[in-house]
Design a protein around this ligand. Structure first.
Ligand SMILES: NC(=O)c1ccc[n+]([C@@H]2O[C@H](COP(=O)([O-])OP(=O)(O)OC[C@H]3O[C@@H](n4cnc5c(N)ncnc54)[C@H](O)[C@@H]3O)[C@@H](O)[C@H]2O)c1
Length: 320
């Protein structure tokens, strides 16, 4: 199925959003990016993604808060938006202890505003970012979409689950087609500075020690950015009436293996402080990939061994 031409990407200056924008523009779509460039992490990195990653490819940019109903309505009045890829959010688990209302603002009010715009302007194709964190500390692994996800162990996870539930109610009430995608630890070039791979690479290159939480016993289903972009684009193309799908590689890796890969890609040995689990962090993530494969014909391709050197190469070229 064809994606309808004008695509609004919320959070389009973010890590995942900028890669999605690049792919969609390259395949001939008209892309409108909405991002508020908030300072959760350095907004210069967000601007650089648009400047360098998108280069001179044509796109329309609005520096707008998605929770600003008036400004959002103006955008929808100006452009005949056929599809929405809603990625803007207050991400990160730990930041909730500092600013819980940032999650309420962007994830709850912001998502509700996007849904309201979709209803008012009858947008017929909506993909929404959710998260593996909705599963909490699962009773068994790998997790499946049919597993109950009602015990979030962080405010971030609670708001992401709330986004899915609000999306379902808008699908049910107004027959809007929606696909919620639960991403599993996405990494790759232009990644987020608050995520472990970024901070471990930075520490390795600057000769600083790292904190390894969970005493190094955590595992993560690391998923490479290009695979996530494939899944998002396929979800936009399929435009399913309603779906919640896990997008993860399906191969959990010990955190220590990721650290070893950082050490070999940088040629440095990291000094490690082993510490207990942090509140809000889950011990393991690992998805069953059958449902996403069946629904979207999607298969992740990139292993962590291939992906970490790609990230480190980007990091070196950007910062040095
Ligand atoms: N990266 C991951 O591993 C991961 C995993 C699970 C889920 N997700 C979800 O995927 C989406 C994208 O994540 P990311 O890693 O690219 O994060 P990101 O922080 O790099 O991107 C989010 C973007 O949204 C923007 N934004 C935030 N609040 C906004 C608001 N109120 N109005 C307008 N713009 C706003 C930010 O400025 C940022 O550029 C998020 O919804 C996140 O919760 C990411």
């Amino acid at each position: 199925m064809e994606i309808r031409q004008k695509i609004l990407i919320t959070g389009g200056a973010g890590f995942i959003g900028s890669h999605v924008a690049k792919r969609l523009i390259q395949s001939g779509h008209e892309v409108i990016i909405v991002d508020n460039f908030n300072p959760y992490y350095d907004p210069d990195l967000k601007r650089a993604r648009l400047r360098i990653l998108l280069q001179d490819t044509p796109h329309t940019l609005y520096t707008t808060d998605i929770a600003d109903q008036w400004a959002m309505r103006k955008i929808f009045q100006t452009h005949a938006i056929g599809s929405i890829c809603h990625l803007a959010a207050q991400a990160g688990v730990r930041y909730a202890s500092k600013d819980p209302f940032a999650y309420e603002h962007s994830n709850l009010r912001g998502t509700l505003t996007v849904l309201e715009m979709a209803r008012e302007f009858q947008v017929g194709n909506i993909v929404i970012a959710s998260s593996s964190s909705v599963y909490g500390n699962a009773a068994q692994y790998p997790v499946k979409e049919t597993d109950i996800a009602d015990k979030p162990i962080s405010l971030y996870a609670a708001t992401k689950r709330a986004c899915e539930l609000m999306a379902y109610s808008y699908h049910h009430l107004y027959q809007l087609p929606m696909t919620c995608l639960r991403f599993f630890t996405v990494y790759g070039p232009w990644g987020r500075p608050d995520m472990a791979l970024f901070s471990f690479t930075n520490a390795a290159l600057e000769g600083k020690p790292i904190d390894v939480f969970g005493h190094g016993e955590m595992t993560r289903d690391f998923t490479y950015i290009d695979d996530i972009v494939d899944g998002i684009v396929k979800a936009l193309e399929k435009n399913l009436p309603w779906a919640v799908l896990n997008l993860g590689r399906g191969k959990p890796e010990p955190l220590m293996h990721m650290i070893n890969l950082v050490e070999s890609a940088t040629g440095k040995t990291l000094e490690k402080n082993f510490l207990p689990m942090q509140p809000g962090d889950v011990k393991h993530t690992w998805t069953d990939t059958h449902e996403a494969n069946a629904a979207l014909d999607w298969e992740p391709k990139t292993s962590l061994d291939e992906g970490v050197p790609q990230f480190v190469n980007w990091y070196l070229s950007y910062f040095t």
